[in-house]
Write a protein of this length. Structure first.
Lengths: 221, 960
């Protein structure tokens, strides 16, 4: 199968950046995220199955395909693939949060909205049918995003682990390889981060009687 | 909260979260007593943790329920409608004919198509016709490829596999499968009425397993085992349907192998979209069995995302918590089938123990009854069966009210050498390192009794049953595991087993980069400690989590050096490992553990007179101090400093001070207790010494040096039966240990005056190649001694004539050979010869004294020579000087030897009162002297008529 020159050069860029990520260059990570974001967004749009409620937040197939498209035929090792997936996880987080904001804006008319603890409690659509579950769910995701940013300030590693595990659907082993720590560390940090995030989201909503979230339209990327 | 707090917070969180909820408060109270801030934070996080999982599941659900893209709602609706329409559609096929089949009624509809009951007019039989969905009929190569597999599955001839007649194509090009039509109902229908009797559930599981095994042998994987795919006929035979169809559907639908099938029964690898092998079917079988037994799925929830999360990350509810008659053995089987890692799953259904042929031809009743009773009889049976079960067990989520496993009272554990699975060179070394580091970690935990490395080494690749090993080592629990290193990655499996019941207390698998092996080791150690309910202080946790070095090569040298038997008393290996440690330090000058061990090697060089130079002693000190400087809290560093003071300087107080510091860090370190016990012994603190030796032996029962040292102390306190027993044990562990024979010889004499047994022990010693030579410098004295006690003076003379050395010497005595000749000639009534030899001895000792004028051994020896020469005053003066130069507080053992020498000198020169005084003291205190010995020894012949001496013999005679 012939590949265009453009694709080849993009593939080599991705391969090079991935190699740099492996070397520990974090700006290479940041450079890759938008590339992957674009690719994933397109794929997510095309492969609606992945998003169907009967399936899961398992983005394996999606990221695999994005990877093939971006990295081309370059044979990368397991670890670089794990790095790639962690980048895809970051991109996936952005995609999802964008969706959530769009959803929220759509329903609430693009206003500044207050999200309350109730919104959060009804994140499960079966729990409180009188609320609009879609809004609550979107709000919960936005709250998670904000809380994850706070966590990043305290413990950047834990926030990356949450990204990989939750948004990237990565296994403990993949996460460990991507971040460069032992699986036991991932397990521990994952458990602790979940507890911290849950408490943080609850507290930020309960203490302030609701948290202000600036709802903006889907960013134009 | 500072960085250290944050760090300890993480550690404690991890520990606490593993505990049952009810025990967490107590743990926090204990672990954070000194840090209320950490405690409060921890309590709050733990409270949140319990709700966090469902919250995240709902978040995953929220993410999934977002429409894929704004504007896609129309597509969404179409998809939904599609689904609903299908069932309401009137079925035009009923009553029609497809090839030779007349279609009668619709039996059902599944993901794999619609099934009809039909009549095969050509073969005059009722069949089931399954029409595959249209997308499966597309004529592309992938579909063809998997139809091949479906056809292969169709050719399976097994009583538990649904019989497929043909895979055909209708006149309109629709693909269909014609298969046997069975009366009966699906397992799904059965389960819907509630959990099945255990016998029955097991029977079906066995039958499904048998069908799966047969298919797997042909390389056919089912991929969609679930109750709806199993038909149970009225005679109780289970028939598995739809082999090979799931993959066909997967590939046709998505082109990428994205999963289809029923989520609740899917294995983790299936859910992740990885390639599958037969173990995926065994997982599903496990799910079906779980459901038959408990009436519910192990991984359930709504929506799908929750189930997926659960399959990938959670442990199911313990089956016996849902139905208490489910025996642990059955739970173990379920646990094995439901192992997240397919490599931990069995490769076939044999573990169900379906020895009786399942199926129609066997009476279902007898099969199940015998199987069930066999299963029940596993309880309490010690043997292969239960060992297998123990190895299979996994862990379950239990109800919040308590742990599934009763707490372990006896917190003793032996870590068997981890099995090295890798082919790569270095894997063996790696697994040895993992073993030894886990032991080192556990030795830091005060509550635990952990068998030391040298004692477990003998069980490398052992075939012995765990129970026997546990008995030999005197432990209640055993840790075993394996290590696989591939490239720069390493995988470690470990499990903790209670030896008495073969019950698995904990098991886990770890995978990481080689450089992260320290974290795995520390993790395993912590999990074991937690499973044994041992308390870990924050300081201990810190120590356990510390990486000894970042340089793996240096660590390798260190491990090889540590492999040097810590009880070793030989020069060459000590020098070798010393060189290895110097390499390690060259590579990582900050490697405190290596500095500490290096110091002990220097000290040992000095102690055993291999190198008695001041430079050696200085190096022993500087290396130990460097270790303390680098790691002020390192137990091994203080241990090294302790040995420097003990071996190097004989400064017992300082030695004990550093040993005391070390013992707070590494309370389970056998070598440390050996050092402490030895110092106490030198200080004449006999009971403390005995207690420490006993602890050391408990921790290191498999190394001969430990029971040997304990036996020495027991000889001193005249517990001869125990001493003898421990010497036998030492010789079992090392039949080539000359000192154990030495001490055994002495014990026979001291205990019962049994010179025959003593001589036999010596004969054994000399019959073993090299042992006599190893003792050449001092052992000759012992042979002479036994012959003397037997009054075989001629034999003693001829023995001395064959001996190659001119004097016998160790840290306790110096005896010129001439003196032994002299004593013999004196006893043989040849005083002229005796005097001549005593004078030779005197000259030799005086020469030696010019080199070492303060050596107490030489002054005692000189006193003995003077006494033989009849120089009474000089004899007494020298012998008394020998005692003065070796005050009891300097070294009780050596002092006792000097007092013994003095008593002999008094006896020889006719100072009988003084002699009996000294003997009285020695007999009333721990010493290597006893009434049976006194009765034999010709040295005391001059006193035999003395009433005080006779009174002594009576007073201290051993009770019969």
């Amino acid at each position: 199968m012939a590949k265009s020159g453009l694709n080849d050069s993009r593939a080599s860029t991705v391969t090079r950046l991935l190699a740099e990520v492996r070397e520990g260059n974090h700006s290479a990570f940041d450079e890759l995220v938008p590339l992957v974001y674009e690719e994933l967004k397109g794929l997510a749009h095309a492969q609606r199955d992945v998003w169907h409620g009967d399936e899961t937040l398992d983005t394996t197939a999606l990221t695999h395909e994005a990877y093939l498209k971006l990295a081309g035929r370059a044979q990368l090792d397991w670890e670089s693939r794990a790095h790639f997936r962690s980048i895809a996880a970051r991109a996936m987080r952005q995609i999802l949060i964008d969706y959530a904001r769009a959803k929220h804006t759509q329903k609430r008319g693009g206003e500044r909205v207050r999200m309350s603890l109730d919104d959060l409690e009804i994140a499960d659509p079966h729990a409180a049918p009188e609320h609009d579950p879609a809004v609550a769910q979107a709000a919960a995701l936005i709250a998670l995003d904000a809380s994850l940013e706070r966590l990043k300030g305290r413990d950047a590693r834990q926030s990356r682990i949450v990204e990989c595990r939750f948004f990237g659907g990565m296994t403990i082993e993949e996460t460990a390889a991507a971040i460069g720590v032992a699986t036991v560390t991932v397990e521990r940090d994952w458990a602790m981060a979940k507890a911290w995030l849950y408490r943080d989201i609850r507290e930020s909503l309960a203490d302030k009687g609701g948290v202000e979230l600036w709802m903006k339209p889907t960013p134009n990327r | 909260m500072d960085e250290a707090d944050a760090k300890s917070l993480k550690r404690l969180f991890e520990r606490a979260i593993a505990l049952p909820v009810a025990e967490r408060d107590a743990f926090l109270d204990e672990a954070c007593s000194d840090n209320p801030e950490v405690q409060a934070e921890l309590a709050s996080l733990l409270a949140a943790a319990d709700d966090a999982d469902p919250f995240f599941a709902s978040l995953a659900n929220a993410a999934l329920s977002l429409p894929p893209w704004p504007g896609d709602q129309a597509l969404d609706a179409a998809w939904q409608a599609d689904d609903i329409q299908a069932d309401d559609e009137p079925d035009p096929l009923i009553g029609s004919s497809v090839r030779q089949y007349v279609i009668h009624e619709k039996l059902g509809r599944g993901g794999m198509g619609v099934v009809y009951r039909a009549y095969d007019t050509s073969l005059d039989r009722t069949v089931a016709l399954k029409f595959l969905p249209p997308y499966l009929s597309a004529d592309d190569s992938a579909t063809e490829r998997f139809l091949v597999e479906a056809r292969a599955a169709a050719s399976l001839d097994h009583p538990n596999v649904c019989n497929v007649h043909e895979i055909g194509e209708s006149e309109k090009g629709e693909r269909f499968i014609a298969m046997a039509y069975y009366e009966g109902e699906t397992l799904k229908q059965k389960i819907e009425r509630g959990p099945l009797p255990i016998d029955e559930a097991l029977d079906y599981a066995c039958q499904i397993g048998a069908g799966l095994d047969a298919a797997h042998e042909h390389g056919i994987i089912h991929r969609d085992i679930k109750p709806g795919n199993v038909i149970v006929t009225p005679d109780g035979t289970a028939k598995v349907l739809d082999f090979g169809l799931a993959k066909l559907a997967d590939v046709s639908l998505t082109g990428t192998g994205v999963r289809l099938g029923t989520i609740g029964y899917m294995s983790p690898e299936h859910v992740r979209g990885e390639s599958l092998d037969q173990r995926a079917d065994l997982w599903s079988l496990g799910v079906v069995l779980y459901e038959m037994l408990t009436g519910q799925l192990p991984f359930k929830g709504r929506p799908t995302a929750v189930v997926v999360h659960s399959i990938l990350h959670e442990q199911p509810m313990r089956p016996s918590a849902l139905r208490d008659e489910i025996p642990p053995e059955l739970e173990a089987i379920l646990g094995r089938l439901l192992a997240k890692d397919p490599r931990r799953r069995p490769a076939n259904s044999e573990i169900l123990d379906c020895h009786v042929t399942a199926g129609a031809e066997a009476s279902a009743e007898t099969a199940t009854v015998s199987r069930w009773s066999r299963l029940r009889s596993w309880r309490g049976v010690v043997g292969l069966g239960s060992l297998i079960v123990a190895a299979m067990a996994t862990w379950w989520v239990t109800t919040q009210t308590g742990g599934a496993i009763p707490p372990v009272e006896d917190k003793s554990v032996a870590v068997l050498p981890f099995v090295s699975l890798g082919e790569e060179p270095g894997n063996d070394f790696f697994s040895a390192g993992v073993t030894s580091e886990i032991i080192n970690h556990l030795a830091r935990v005060g509550d635990l009794t952990v068998i030391s490395r040298t004692s477990v080494k003998q069980y490398t690749d052992t075939e012995k049953p765990l129970q026997q090993i546990a008995q030999e080592l005197g432990v209640a629990t055993i840790v075993e595991g394996d290590v696989l290193q591939i490239g720069d990655r390493v995988r470690v499996n470990a499990q903790l087993i209670r030896a008495g019941t073969d019950r698995q207390l904990w098991a886990d698998q770890y995978e990481a980069r080689v450089t992260d092996v320290f974290e795995i080791q520390s993790e395993i150690a912590q999990r074991i400690a937690a499973a044994l309910r041992a308390t870990l202080s924050p300081a201990v946790l810190e120590e356990i989590e510390r990486r000894p070095t970042d340089n793996l090569e240096a660590y390798g040298y260190y491990l090889r050096a540590a492999d040097y038997d810590e009880s070793g008393q030989l020069e060459a290996p000590n020098r070798e490992s010393l060189a290895l440690l110097e390499r390690a330090i060259e590579l990582d000058p900050e490697f405190a553990d290596a500095w500490a061990l290096l110091s002990e090697h220097h000290s040992r060089m000095y102690l055993y007179y291999w190198d008695r130079s001041p430079e050696r002693l200085a190096r022993a000190e500087s290396t130990a101090r460097e270790a303390v400087r680098l790691q002020p809290d390192l137990g091994q560093a203080h241990r090294a400093l302790g040995f420097y003071y003990y071996w190097g300087l004989g400064d017992y107080e300082s030695a004990l001070e550093h040993f005391g510091t070390a013992v707070t860090r590494i309370p389970g370190d056998a070598m440390l207790h050996l050092g402490i016990a030895a110092v106490y012994r030198r200080q004449a603190r006999w009971s403390e010494s005995l207690a420490s030796y006993e602890r050391a032996v408990e921790l290191n029962p498999g190394t001969s040096q430990y029971p040997f040292q304990l036996a020495l102390t027991q000889s001193l306190v005249r517990n001869y039966p125990e001493a003898n027993r421990n010497l036998d044990q030492a010789l079992r562990l090392n039949p080539d240990d000359p000192y154990s024979y030495w001490q055994k010889t002495r014990v026979y004499v001291l205990w019962r005056g049994d010179t025959q047994a003593a001589g036999a022990a010596l004969d054994t010693l000399y019959s073993r190649p090299g042992l006599g030579d190893a003792l050449e410098g001092e052992g000759g004295y012992l042979r002479w001694w036994v012959l003397l006690l037997e009054r075989r003076y001629w034999d003693a003379l001829s023995f001395l004539n064959t001996s190659q050395v001119d004097r016998y010497e160790n840290q306790f005595f110096v005896v010129p050979k001439a003196q032994l000749f002299a004593q013999l000639y004196g006893l043989m009534g040849q005083p002229d010869l005796a005097v001549a030899y005593f004078d030779s001895a005197r000259v030799m000792i005086e020469t030696a004294l010019r080199e070492a004028p303060d050596d107490p051994r030489l002054h005692s020896a000189l006193g003995t020579a003077y006494a033989g020469l009849g120089r009474r005053d000089e004899a007494v003066r020298e012998a008394e000087l020998g005692v003065e130069l070796q005050p009891v507080e300097s070294d009780a053992l050596k002092w006792l030897q000097r007092v013994d020498d003095l008593a002999r000198v008094y006896a020889t020169v006719g100072e009988y009162d003084a002699a009996t005084d000294r003997l009285d003291y020695l007999l009333s205190h721990p010493a290597e002297i006893s009434v049976p010995l006194l009765r034999l020894d010709p040295t005391w012949d001059p006193l035999r008529d003395h009433p005080d001496f006779q009174a002594l013999l009576e007073r201290y005679a051993p009770a019969e």
